[in-house]
Design a protein around this ligand. Structure first.
Ligand code: K7E
Ligand code: CUA
Ligand code: CA
Length: 648
């Protein structure tokens, strides 16, 4: 690429790409028999979608200095973000967009030794040979534990779509402490913590995590029914947030996608784009005009489990209840309620007042507003038709996906195809749906760059939504940052939503490929900077305990670190030994971390202040190996080593 080419790509208007994506997407969809809805809407929103816009950077931009976080000052919010197929969870400060940390979860991480230390492998799960069972993961959704309808700062949960696992991260250390593999599912996508118990009023905090499986599979998936897609099914799973064991599963018709939970604890829900149960081809999944938002009556499901109205699948012992349509025709006993929603919806989010769910149409230009009380009314047998729980369905633009809320009754939905965020008023949408011609649901629009996936507001998934910021996690960044080869950085764009007009505050680059995030006020999060040595059963509490302890071929090496030295200058082993090294960091000073790398043995990990970690390996290569500190800790950091001697 010449300098000229670079300049050209710099000045290329963003219109080109939008047109391309719009057209390409629409052609692709119409080929598969797309509904009139989308075409009709295209006309309406064409002026906004197709109009030449001012150069991207200026459109709707805010005066920048107002949001600057000067050197030495701290951000007001944490943003916790899934890393997609990187398998990690990232932490950013907002409004600055500074990246603070990547928490290894399903990925292997060389810096902290995740997937290398015995402690992390015990959490990840291992194969018989002691290596991690899986080394890949795909994190999509992060949600924290709640008390009284807002974050309690204790835990964060994140899904792994590839292998169907749920991970828990403790918020005091911001490290993963448990991972559960959910049986009999594939494509574990949406997840959400509950906010209180549906029955016991004293439990006003999170005790469950709901998990939706997107891909239907034969049950059990052991080679049977391979060629009979009508037998492929999805399960909705409830995991105990404390033990992290699956409590129950619901067999459903259609599929799960995103998940939401109600503030009163009574309902969980998932949007369904595949009510057709098209098992193999995506055209099959687009046949119906209406798909659904599927509601789960948590108290009834748990009664049914208690009463033993359950089955099990394969070797799993998790009780499964029947949530299929035909088994739940009588609302008064139904475990599930299928609310019809157009068309291949994606995204379901509950408003901070707990009253409404917004479920986006994706292939329909609409967001459907479902009233929580009316769904409960259906379960009481007092609402004739589940569809009557839909109280608004504003046309908001093309490719609507995810919705965030402010504290003033407004919703902000990402429009993937239009590359916009649309602000719409929930009450106006309800009035308009009732026939009020003067009610105008759409309040404002702002271009984002480009193709937003998730969008989320500050504290917007809690009762303490504060209506200050909206963050748009975009899927394409093209010309927003210096090019770095074929794989571009992703853009996150921060938008000030505190006024009538949305204002673009700034872009910050994020590594591929975030999906969902939550924005949490910083006062809620209380972290520890130093461990308690007693938390680690293997801790080498006194440097004097250091040494090599042999039991036949099994050898334990105990050592400690204190800047700038390890307690053993050298240790001797024999070829063929099965070695476990236990290292305790005796430094008590905040930010004084040491590393421990063993050349040619593929070992590297850190120990934070007062932390203990261990690694196990076979001493199969005789020679001298300088184990050295990898984490800068002291002026004599380079000198901080221990000599591992392996005799032939
Ligand atoms: Cu829309 Cu996995 Cu949340 Cu990505 S999903 S964007
Ligand atoms: Cu210890 Cu560097
Ligand atoms: Ca569908």
């Amino acid at each position: 690429m010449t300098q000229d080419d670079i300049n050209k790509s710099d000045t290329q208007p963003d219109l080109g790409r939008r047109k391309f994506l719009n057209t390409a997407a629409l052609v692709g969809l119409s080929g598969a028999g797309l509904s009139v809805g989308l075409t009709a809407c295209n006309k309406e929103s064409a002026p906004t979608a197709g109009a030449p816009s001012a150069p991207a950077a200026q459109a709707g931009a805010a005066a920048h200095g107002k949001y600057e976080v000067p050197p030495g000052q701290l951000d007001e919010y944490y943003s916790f973000s899934s890393g997609g197929h990187s398998g990690d969870v990232r932490i950013y400060g907002l409004p600055s967009g500074r990246q603070l940390k990547s928490i290894p979860v399903f990925n292997m991480d060389n810096l902290v030794g995740w997937g290398i230390t015995n402690e992390s492998k015990a959490i990840l799960g291992t194969k018989p040979d002691g290596t991690p069972k899986y080394t890949t993961g795909d994190t999509h959704h992060v949600h924290q534990s709640y008390a009284d309808g807002t974050y309690d700062g204790k835990y964060m949960f994140v899904n792994d779509k590839i292998h169907g696992r749920l991970a828990r991260i403790r918020m005091d250390t911001m490290e993963c402490d448990k991972i559960t593999e959910i049986p009999n599912i594939q494509g574990f996508h949406g997840t959400f913590t509950d906010k209180r118990d549906p029955v016991d009023p004293s439990i006003n905090h999170t005790t469950r995590v709901f998990c939706g499986a997107e891909f239907a599979i034969p049950l059990p998936n052991d080679g049977r029914d391979l060629d009979d897609p009508s037998k492929y099914k999805s399960l909705f799973t409830c995991v105990d947030s404390n033990t992290m064991e699956p409590r129950w599963q619901v067999l459903i018709d259609g599929n799960c996608d995103l998940v939401a939970s109600s503030y009163d604890g009574k309902l969980a829900c998932t949007n369904q784009y595949n009510t057709e149960s098209g098992a193999v081809h995506y055209e099959d999944m687009m046949a119906n005009e209406m798909d659904a938002c599927l509601f789960f009556n948590v108290a009834r499901i748990e009664e049914a489990v208690k009463a033993g109205k359950t089955s099990t699948i394969g070797s799993s012992k998790v009780p499964v209840v029947d949530g299929r349509r035909d088994s739940n025709k009588d609302p008064k006993t139904a475990l599930t309620c299928y609310v019809p929603i157009p068309k291949n919806p994606h995204g379901v989010n509950i408003s901070p007042d707990g009253k409404y769910y917004a479920c986006s149409g994706k292939l329909s230009p609409t967001a459907s507003v479902i009233e929580h009380e009316l769904v409960l009314k259906w379960f009481d047998g007092d609402l004739a038709n589940a569809r009557d729980a839909v109280v608004a369905e504003p046309e908001i633009g093309l490719g609507p996906l995810h919705t965030g809320f402010d504290n003033r009754g407004n919703a902000y939905t990402t429009l993937f195809l239009d590359s916009q965020i649309v602000k719409w008023n929930v009450d106006a949408a309800i009035k308009s749906f009732k026939g009020d011609k003067d009610a105008k649901p759409v309040v404002d629009r702002i271009d984002v760059h480009y193709q937003p996936g998730h969008g989320f507001t500050s504290m917007g998934e809690t009762r303490e939504a504060d209506g200050r910021f909206f963050n748009s996690d975009n899927k394409f960044s093209k010309d927003r940052f210096l090019p770095v080869g074929p794989l571009h950085a992703e853009t996150a764009q921060l938008i000030d939503i505190s006024g009538d007009k949305m204002l673009l505050v700034h872009d910050h680059s994020v590594l591929s490929e975030p999906h969902d995030s939550i924005i949490v006020r910083r006062d809620i999060i209380k972290t520890r900077q130093i461990y308690d040595m007693d938390e680690f059963p293997l801790a080498v509490k006194d440097p004097a305990e250091s040494g090599v302890f042999r039991n036949g071929k099994k050898v334990t090496v105990k050592l400690t670190s204190q800047a700038p030295a390890f307690s053993l200058r050298e240790f001797k082993l024999k070829k063929g030994d099965e070695v476990t090294i236990i290292l305790t960091n005796h430094d008590k000073i905040e930010d004084l971390t040491h590393g421990f790398a063993i050349p040619k043995y593929d070992i590297n990990f850190i120990v934070n202040p007062q932390e203990t970690k261990s690694v196990t390996f076979k001493a199969d290569k005789p020679g001298v190996y300088w184990c050295y500190c990898t984490h800068f800790c002291h002026a004599l950091h380079l000198e901080m080593r221990s000599r591992m001697i392996i005799e032939a």
